[in-house]
Design a protein around this ligand. Structure first.
Ligand code: UT7
Length: 318
């Protein structure tokens, strides 16, 4: 038996993102349920979010974001030989999202699979892409995080309706002589798996907000630090910290404890809401588009959520 020859390293060549057109403000929600702009902004940090229309699926969102990442990478669909989609809101159990996204983008016969690690899903998928390129099982990988949360939300339940939203973000990963994606640090707390749950196809998302909030603000900053340590990077060197956009108070608590003093902190949640696996690539893609972060700078990506699962890695910003 022979082993394949991989690449010494892998890197993100480009990001892309897509949000549905329909903006839902806090006042829109306050007109439908017992909530208000002040509560949502002060407790969660969200001012508005985007909600997809009935005829726009999570596949449609993924195709838009994936197409933009592909165009920005300078590669063509023929260059991609693996597509990984991170999502936890698929409408159908079979078929998966990755094969359909690949087909719609004209990627011929790639490896194609989905990852469900909820809000940590993009970082898991990026780690898998990095490993595949380095091991030689893929040359160029399209990684997409896509979520259509709206059908899984009870729009009468103010505890969840004000938080979750729809969107997609994507990255193209390719070979590199120098490391552009650091070692992943990942883990889970299955004992708390009931804290965020969609019980069955007839159920809406339910979460024990306080349990998740306490866990996120006390248990996760050491993991974020470890992702830096394993990459040989001091948090003070980071140009950007891009955590999952769960709650602005959680983002700021982890950022403070991490000590990423020079980093631009992603606060995409303000205008995007919580889009789970899509939130990290969407946030960074928008930061790059606005020119807020330098190409070649280091960013710590850090996902956490249902499972409870978490994962993070340092990357070089394309
Ligand atoms: O991405 C997945 C990971 N998930 C998370 O990261 C979620 C983590 N948790 C959180 O972000 C927060 O726990 C929430 C935003 C979900 C809730 O904030 P909280 O500060 O923990 O509020 P709470 O659940 O303790 O509720 C406080 C009060 C309650 O009223 P009483 O019992 O004190 O009278 C709630 O009924 O706020 C009330 N409340 C609301 N009031 C107005 C809950 N939701 C709302 C609302 N508007 N939307």
């Amino acid at each position: 038996m022979r082993l394949t020859q991989g690449s010494p390293g892998a890197r993100v060549l480009a990001f892309g993102h897509y949000q549905p057109a329909n903006v839902v403000t806090n006042d829109d929600l306050a007109a439908r349920m017992d909530t208000n702009d002040e509560w949502i902004q002060s407790r969660v940090g969200i001012a508005e979010r985007r909600i997809a229309s009935d005829n726009e699926s999570e596949i449609d969102l993924a195709v838009q974001a994936g197409g933009k990442a592909l165009a920005a990478s300078g590669l063509s669909s023929d260059d991609i030989d693996l597509v990984i989609v991170a999502t936890c809101t698929m409408e159908t159990q079979i078929p998966n999202a990755a094969g359909r996204v690949a087909h719609r983008l004209g990627v011929e016969a790639p490896g194609a699979y989905d990852v469900n690690a909820a809000c940590a899903g993009f970082c898991y998928a990026l780690a898998a892409a990095n490993d595949a390129v380095r091991a030689g099982s893929a040359t160029n990988v399209l990684v997409v995080g896509t979520e259509k949360f709206s059908p899984w939300i009870d729009w009468q339940d103010r505890a969840t309706a004000v938080i979750f939203a729809d969107g997609a973000g994507a990255a193209v990963v390719g070979p590199s002589d120098t490391p552009g994606i650091g070692p992943v640090v990942w883990g889970s707390a299955g004992d708390k798996s009931d804290a965020i749950i969609i019980k069955d196809r007839e159920s809406f998302l339910h979460q024990e907000g306080q349990t998740v909030f306490r866990w996120a603000t006390t248990a996760l900053h050491p993991v974020a630090r470890e992702a830096c340590e394993r990459a040989g990077v001091d948090p003070a060197e980071l140009a950007a910290f891009v955590p999952h956009q769960a709650n602005l108070r959680i983002i700021e608590a982890i950022a403070r404890k991490l000590g990423a003093d020079k980093a631009v902190i992603a606060r995409d949640i303000v205008h995007a809401g919580n889009t789970s696996a899509a939130s990290i690539p969407m946030a960074l893609s928008r930061m790059i588009e606005r020119g807020e972060v330098p190409s070649g700078g280091l960013a710590l990506l850090f996902g956490f959520g249902a499972g409870l699962a978490y994962a993070g890695q340092v990357i070089e910003i394309p």
